[in-house]
Design a protein around this ligand. Structure first.
Ligand code: PLP
Length: 221
């Protein structure tokens, strides 16, 4: 077994255990393997081990890897990083979902290019209230969702967050709860939250997608 296959197997076991603790079916959580800055060869190894959902942060890197791995049937690309309008085209050509929607301009451009096959989107919320972070403030979510729901080329599936790193588990849990409550208040079922550090906690708090990179592919340089 390859190292990636071994790590994937461990992560799947941990996902299943977290689902069991939360009384949730294991199919209710999609594991997105975050492959940013990692070579296509490792993605292929994960694919051969049964992994189908992959996350990339950078539009050109997504474009290049999608071209290189175009032969892998059923592979789904998740675009999970901030996006500039001039790079939207790289995402709309290949993405199964976009997780970092926080600007109307980007939403309009995505919609224009996916009129025939609406793109699944998650609005990113800045749950930690960090100054430097991307994501919408919770108060801005209502008007933002109203505007993006009117766009024909997008399908709003849920909310996404990348909370500030914390060693305090209760604080991390609080961020995930906040996102879950916001999603419910806005009638959204999808919750993209949890990374290597805290994906089990996120599952316990209702994550429908977890985005795990380091624990599958190793440290990034
Ligand atoms: C890099 C990244 C991840 C994965 O983080 P790990 O700590 O490597 O699991 C998840 N979500 C986003 C938005 C990222 O940029």
């Amino acid at each position: 077994m390859s190292e990636v296959a071994e790590r994937l197997s461990q992560i799947r076991t941990r996902v299943a255990a977290a689902c069991a603790r939360a009384g949730r079916p294991v199919e209710s959580v999609t594991l997105v393997a975050v492959s940013k800055l990692k070579p296509a060869a490792l993605i292929r190894e994960a694919y051969e081990a049964g992994q189908r959902d992959f996350g990339e942060n950078y539009a050109q890197e997504l474009r290049d890897k999608a071209a290189e791995l175009a032969g892998l049937e059923g592979l789904r690309w998740h675009s999970i990083g901030p996006l500039q309008t001039n790079k939207v085209k790289y995402v709309t050509k290949v993405a199964h979902a976009f997780h970092a929607l926080d600007r109307l301009e980007v939403a309009q451009e995505l919609s224009k290019r996916r009129a025939d096959a609406p793109l699944a989107c998650y609005a990113e919320v800045n749950v930690g209230g960090e100054q430097t972070k991307s994501g919408l403030q919770p108060e801005a979510l209502g008007p933002f969702l109203e505007a993006v729901r009117a766009l024909p080329g997008l399908r709003m599936e849920g909310l996404m967050a990348l909370p500030p790193p914390t060693e305090n588990l209760e604080q991390a849990r609080g961020y995930f709860r906040q996102l879950r409550e916001l999603a419910r208040a806005h009638g959204l079922a999808g919750l993209s939250m949890g990374t290597t550090h805290d994906f089990e906690l996120a599952i316990e708090e209702g994550a429908t997608l977890v985005r795990v990179g380091t624990a599958i592919f190793g440290e990034r340089s």
